[in-house]
Design a protein around this ligand. Structure first.
Ligand SMILES: [Zn+2]
Length: 95
């Protein structure tokens, strides 16, 4: 799926229709020493089964695309769920 680089959209901070720069939402880095991960590691030590119920298999084939829109006036960011797609999403330059 192709997404334009610049779009006109409503900015909730300016409360107006302004131009936005579009970037794709990517998954952040895994923090191996965050509080939750440390607790999970501590629980899993020694004897006993899983600390949490294992994840169920997902049969969905399409993923939701989330865009990060940055306002050109106030330079604040907000997210927008764009669409569901099976193909990889790319940002395309539009003159
Ligand atoms: Zn704004």
């Amino acid at each position: 799926m192709k997404v334009p680089e610049k779009v006109m959209a409503h900015c909730p901070f300016c409360n107006a229709h302004t131009e936005h720069v579009v970037t794709l939402n990517r998954k952040g880095e895994v923090r191996h020493n965050s509080e939750g991960t440390r607790k999970f590691r501590e629980i899993k030590k020694g004897y006993g089964g899983m600390a949490r119920t294992p994840k169920k298999p997902v049969f969905k084939t399409a993923k939701r695309v989330t865009l990060i829109l940055k306002c050109k006036v106030c330079s604040k960011k907000h997210q927008k769920v764009y669409d569901r797609t099976k193909k990889t999403t790319e940002i395309v330059k539009v003159d």
